[in-house]
Design a binder for this molecule. Structure first.
Ligand SMILES: O=C([S-])c1cc(C(=O)S)c[n+]([C@@H]2O[C@H](COP(=O)(O)O)[C@@H](O)[C@H]2O)c1
Ligand code: NI
Length: 423
C-alpha cells in the first residue's frame, strides 16, 4: 500500500556533500533496492533516468513510490520497459554501450567495474569466455538500469568512499533462465568470494546484480564506520515479508576525524610465523599465492631464531575479510605449525587509475594517490609498463621513462590538484 513520505526535510548539515556511504545489506540486496535507497536519501530520479537513457535510449522508464515493508517506510523504484522487444546482450555489447554513452567518468568507471564483475561471475558459472557472457534475464535492460542508475545516483549525491555490511543471501530455490536453481543462486555465490555473508531468511534475498554492486563498489565489509551522519535512505524490494523488512538501508555522512590510535577501528590483520625448515625455493611461490589470495602485502624478514637457527619471519598484511583464506594458505603451503595474528589499523590514501598514452604504442595506467584533492604520488603500474615493453620489443626503462613523462604532461604530479574527471 503506498504511504506518504515520513522523512524530515534535509537540514543544512544534511545538504553538505557526503564523503562516505555505508550500505546495510543485512536483509539482502538487489539492484532496485539499492537504487531505491539512494533515491530515498536524496539522489535525483531525473539525473538517474538521464544516465540510463544515455546508455539504452528510450528503453526503460524509472519511477519511484513510497511503500511499506513489514511496517517500515521505504522507496521502491520500478523499472518498466518502454518496448516489448528485449534482446539478450553480451558483456562485450554492454561494455561498448556504457563506454560510449558520454557518462561522467566516475559513473562510467563504476558501472564498468560492476558489470565487469557480474560478467566475470557469469563466465565462471557457465564456463564461457567473459566477452561472450549473455545476460539472460530479461535481455539485461533492467540490470543496466540498476547498475548505471546506482552509479549515477552515487555521483549525484557526491559520494566518495563506500563500505558495506555482510550480505544476507536467503535460502530455498528460484526459477531463473536456467530452470529451477538453489539459493544462493550460482552467480551470487561466485560474487560472494572475499565477502562476509549471512545465511537464513526465506527466498532469494541477494540477486546477482545487487551482489555485484555491493562487492564491486564497497571497499570494505564491516560495521557502520564512525561518521557524522547526514542522511539515510531505505530502499524496498518487491516482496513484503511480514516480520522481516525487505529493505536495503544506506547511511551517508562525513568520516569522523581520526581517533587516538588506541581507539581506532582495526581494518586489517597481520599474520606471521617464524619458519626455519622450508625449502627456500618455495618462498617466491608462497608470497605470490598469498597476494593472489587477497593479502595487501606479504614479505620475509631474515631472523636468527631459537636454538641459534637462521630462519625467516613470514609476515602477511591482509584485510579482515581475507584472513581465513590467508591463514589457510600459510598452513597449506609452508611448514609452519602455528600462526600469530593481530588486528591493525591501516591508513591508505585514496587512489585512482588514469590511463596515459605511451610512445604511440598503447596506454599504461598511472596509479594516482591523493589526499584532500591534491596528488601525493603518481606512479605508472610497473607490470603494465613491462608488458607493453615486452609486446613491442622495447627496453622497459624507455617505456617507464615515457610513461612518467606522459603522466607529468597530463598534470599528474605530486602537489597538483587531482583532475576533476578522475575524482
Ligand atoms: O542474469 C543474470 S546475471 C543471472 C544469473 C543467475 C545465476 O545464478 S547464473 C541468476 N539470475 C537470476 O535472475 C533473477 C534476476 O537477477 P538480477 O541480478 O538481474 O536481479 C534473479 O532471480 C537471479 O537469481 C540472473
Ligand atoms: Ni547465469
Amino acid at each position: 500500500m503506498p504511504v506518504s513520505a515520513a522523512q524530515p526535510p534535509p537540514t543544512q548539515a544534511a545538504n553538505a556533500r557526503p564523503e562516505e556511504v555505508w550500505i546495510d545489506a543485512t536483509a539482502g540486496v538487489a539492484g532496485d533496492m539499492l537504487l531505491g535507497a539512494l533515491i530515498d536519501a536524496g539522489a535525483g530520479l531525473p539525473v538517474v533516468q538521464a544516465a540510463v537513457d544515455a546508455v539504452i535510449p528510450g528503453t526503460v522508464r524509472l519511477s519511484q513510490a513510497t511503500v511499506r515493508r513489514a511496517g517500515l517506510r521505504a522507496t521502491k523504484v520500478a523499472v518498466e520497459p518502454l518496448a516489448e522487444d528485449h534482446p539478450h546482450r553480451t558483456w562485450r555489447t554492454i561494455k561498448d554501450l556504457i563506454a560510449e554513452a558520454g557518462l561522467p567518468a566516475p559513473v562510467r568507471d563504476r558501472a564498468l567495474a560492476v558489470f565487469g564483475r557480474l560478467a566475470g561471475a557469469e563466465a565462471r558459472v557457465h564456463g564461457v569466455q567473459v566477452d561472450e557472457v549473455h545476460f539472460h534475464e530479461v535481455g539485461a535492460w533492467d540490470s543496466i538500469a540498476d547498475v548505471v542508475g546506482v552509479c549515477a545516483a552515487l555521483h549525484d549525491l557526491g559520494v566518495g568512499r563506500l563500505t558495506a555490511s555482510p550480505v544476507a543471501l536467503g535460502s530455498g530455490r528460484v526459477r531463473a533462465a536456467h530452470g529451477d536453481i538453489p539459493v544462493p543462486v550460482p552467480a551470487v555465490l561466485e560474487l560472494s568470494a572475499g565477502w562476509q555473508v549471512l545465511s537464513g531468511g526465506e527466498g532469494e534475498l541477494a540477486t546477482p546484480t545487487g551482489m555485484a554492486l555491493v562487492t564491486a563498489l564497497a571497499e570494505r565489509c564491516g560495521t557502520l564506520p564512525a561518521m557524522n551522519v547526514q542522511r539515510t535512505g531505505m530502499g524496498a524490494g518487491t516482496k513484503d515479508t511480514p516480520g522481516r523488512a525487505n529493505v536495503v538501508r544506506i547511511v551517508l555522512g562525513t568520516p569522523l576525524p581520526a581517533a587516538p590510535d588506541s581507539s581506532r577501528e582495526a581494518t586489517d590483520v597481520v599474520l606471521e610465523a617464524n619458519i626455519d625448515d622450508l625449502d627456500p625455493r618455495l618462498w617466491p611461490g608462497v608470497l605470490t599465492a598469498l597476494l593472489a589470495d587477497g593479502a595487501s602485502d606479504a614479505w620475509l624478514v631474515p631472523i636468527l631464531m631459537k636454538k641459534g637457527r637462521p630462519a625467516h619471519t613470514l609476515r602477511v598484511l591482509a584485510p579482515s575479510a581475507q584472513v581465513a583464506v590467508v591463514r589457510e594458505r600459510m598452513f597449506r603451503e609452508t611448514s609452519t605449525i602455528g600462526v600469530r595474528e593481530w588486528a591493525v589499523h591501516k591508513t591508505a590514501l585514496e587512489r585512482t587509475w588514469v590511463p596515459v598514452a605511451v610512445l604511440g604504442e598503447g596506454t599504461v595506467p598511472v596509479k594516482v594517490a591523493h589526499r584532500g584533492g591534491i596528488i601525493v604520488q603518481a606512479t605508472p603500474e610497473f607490470e603494465d609498463v613491462a608488458a607493453l615493453a615486452s609486446a613491442h620489443g622495447l627496453p622497459v626503462i624507455s617505456v617507464l621513462d615515457a610513461a612518467d613523462a606522459a603522466a607529468a604532461a597530463q598534470g599528474l604530479v605530486p602537489g597538483a590538484a587531482l583532475p576533476s574527471d578522475t575524482a
